[in-house]
Write a protein that binds this ligand. Structure first.
Ligand code: 5RP
Length: 271
């Protein structure tokens, strides 16, 4: 890795502990105004001070994040599909590397859809993006997207993560699953986990985070389980305590309960 790549990478996976709390707010790129992310700046503003990095599209970056921020930007550069369109896997690269450099981003993110109709196209997208990233010293986060009907088991996720790493991704985002340690073992670059759909209770998401870290994840790229909580700031602090301070689930949940007393109910609810 050259200096620029190393420098940017160290802004994503923190060198002091090799961990990362990435706040995911890119959902609108195919889902439109997702619940509690309807007005992005209202969701983002209170959470940004507690995120190690933020993952979003250029449209939301430009309109909803103050350019004076020092939080590293992970720019989603794949898309071109919608939840009501023909096939979610038919993604292409939607933002140029020059634009990403102008936006001063620390990392580029792109989805791959292994096993889907457009698998080949998305894997070639990744390979091309890695080439561009290598040229300009920008690391690539590969997102292992799964279709509605696809099983998120260790065999499938290990396949998708390994392919992402083989094609040159510097970090891979996937889902937690049973036997997750085998997914980590087969992937030579750091793995971070998505939270997935909002779980019923906050403690469930904390448990998910804890288990993923125990099994070798480098951290989270979490969205809905943070900002769809009634107390998102308390939630990101609790997630962070597990990722960076090795809190147990019980300790993190105690922190959540303590912090939620200081927080007004989710401002994204009261637009
Ligand atoms: C959407 C994404 C999201 O960033 C990812 O799924 C993380 O968010 P969540 O924790 O809400 O699942 O890549 O395609």
């Amino acid at each position: 890795m050259d200096w620029g790549m190393k420098n940017r990478f160290s802004r994503i996976i923190r060198p002091n502990d090799g961990r990362c709390v990435m706040l995911a707010v890119d959902h609108g790129y195919f889902l439109g105004p997702t619940e509690r992310l309807e007005v992005p700046y209202k969701t983002i503003k209170p959470l940004l001070p507690f995120a190690d990095s933020i993952m979003l599209t250029r449209g939301i970056l430009r309109t909803s994040v103050n350019p004076s921020t020092d939080v590293p930007i992970v720019l989603r550069v794949s898309g071109g599909t919608s939840i009501i369109g023909e096939d979610l896997s038919k993604e292409t690269i939607t933002t140029s590397i020059q634009e990403a450099i102008k936006l001063n981003v620390s990392c580029l993110a792109l989805s791959i859809f292994v096993g889907s109709k457009y698998e080949h196209q998305t894997l070639v997208n990744l390979a091309n993006l890695v080439d561009s990233g290598e040229k300009y010293g920008i690391p690539i986060l590969a997102v292992t997207a799964v279709g509605k009907d696809m099983v998120r088991d260790a065999r499938y996720l290990a396949l998708a993560c390994r392919i992402a790493a083989e094609l040159g991704a510097h970090v891979v985002k996937t889902y937690y699953c049973e036997n997750f340690e085998t997914v980590v073992e087969g992937c030579p670059v750091p793995i971070i986990i998505a939270g997935g759909k909002k779980l019923e209770k906050e403690i469930d998401a904390l448990e998910l985070t804890f288990k993923a870290i125990q099994d070798g994840a480098a951290g989270v790229d979490m969205g809905r389980n943070i900002w769809q909580s009634d107390f998102p700031v308390a939630m990101i602090k609790a997630v962070k305590s597990i990722v960076h301070e090795n809190y147990s689930v019980k300790e993190a949940y105690e922190l959540f309960n303590k912090e939620k007393k200081k927080e007004h109910k989710n401002p994204a609810l009261t637009r």
